[in-house]
Design a protein around this ligand. Structure first.
Ligand SMILES: Nc1ncnc2c1ncn2[C@@H]1O[C@H](COP(=O)(O)OP(=O)(O)OP(=O)(O)O)[C@@H](O)[C@H]1O
Ligand SMILES: [Mg+2]
Length: 310
């Protein structure tokens, strides 16, 4: 999992040329139209709390990347619910495996789902069912063997790895079971680093504000090793939300925490989601958490189906 997390940080250090969003059925409105000021029509409007670094901060990628970063994320679109932020059609994933009779293991079989802007969606299923594999595909960290995934108007299979990284930059956040903080950096530095890599001028101030939102103003200078599990996950949430992502992917965010701490993390995550109008896609083993989401899916041996709370 470390490599998945790290790749999200490496994205902005290795900016890719901006890909163009796919002219998809019913999604043409997502295409960024250049404005005289060089920003896309969909450039995110500052949120009521003044956050949203894509709107106001220069990007190291230049104007083209500004258009890319601003495409498909407009608050106007979110308010209008114009198009799903994530559309998954008939996605399968198979890998080489010495244990499989034909040398290939199929992990996911023809998975399809839509996630509307602002929705919270849960993915549940037994260990080994394919949840993390699907999440990595949805976030563009991995490529499907067959099928289409459209994230914020970009059909990911049309893009190179670097281009997918450019799509993720500034619009996708991650939270993992194992926190994935950088040991040698303080809490403040862990939150500020991705912002700095994105060229955000007031990265430290924003990181402080994000840590304040998760109740950690008094722990800014601490290193991860001295923080409790719950505190580390709060730092990870601050890091994820500080970038005001349009969509947050969380892989068992409470899986390493005791029940009470996990419940507090979930409350915090939903509060941040409400505040920032973030779309959530959560992998969880907790049916109560799944029932709290707007919709849920279960994966059984790589087969994805809608799931209803009992
Ligand atoms: N690159 C790979 N090569 C071979 N097998 C893989 C690969 N990636 C995943 N798998 C297998 O695919 C299956 C699904 O893995 P995945 O990590 O998606 O499960 P999961 O549902 O997230 O499980 P858990 O709840 O334990 O985290 C597992 O059997 C795993 O061993
Ligand atoms: Mg997993």
């Amino acid at each position: 999992m470390a490599s998945r997390s790290e790749s999200s940080f490496h994205d902005s250090a290795n900016p890719a040329p901006p890909p163009q969003p796919s002219p998809m059925k019913g999604e043409g409105v997502n295409a960024p139209q250049p404005l005289p000021n060089g920003e896309g029509v969909n450039a995110p409007q500052p949120l009521p709390n003044g956050e949203g670094f894509n709107a106001s901060q220069p990007s190291p990628n230049g104007a083209g990347a500004n258009a890319l970063l601003s495409s498909g994320l407009g608050v106007n679109q979110e308010q209008q619910g114009v198009a799903p932020i994530l559309r998954v059609k008939q996605v399968s994933k198979s890998v080489a495996s010495a244990d499989a009779p034909d040398g290939r293991l199929t992990i996911l079989h023809h998975a399809s789902l839509d996630v509307a802007r602002g929705e919270a969606v849960a993915l549940i299923g037994a260990s080994g069912a394919g949840k993390s594999t699907l999440l990595a595909l949805l976030a563009g960290l991995d490529s499907p063997t067959t099928g289409e995934i459209t994230l914020a108007g970009f059909e990911l299979s049309q893009l190179s790895e670097d281009e997918r990284a450019a799509v993720r930059a500034g619009r996708v956040g991650f939270v993992f079971q194992s926190f994935q903080l950088i040991d040698g950096l303080t809490a403040l530095e862990n939150v500020a680093l991705p912002l700095e890599l994105h060229g955000v001028a007031d990265a430290e101030a924003r990181a402080r504000a994000a840590l304040d939102e998760v109740g950690l103003s008094h722990r800014l200078r601490q290193f991860p090793r001295v923080l409790s599990g719950g505190e580390q996950q709060r730092v990870a949430l601050a890091r994820a939300f500080a970038g005001t992502p349009a969509i947050l992917f969380a892989d068992e965010p409470t899986g390493s925490l005791d029940t009470a701490t996990g419940a507090r993390i979930i409350e915090l995550m939903f509060a941040l989601r409400d505040r920032h109008a973030t779309t959530l896609v959560l992998v969880t083993h907790d049916p109560k958490l799944a029932a709290r989401c707007d919709k849920s899916y279960v994966i059984n041996a790589g087969v994805l189906q809608p799931w209803q709370a009992a």
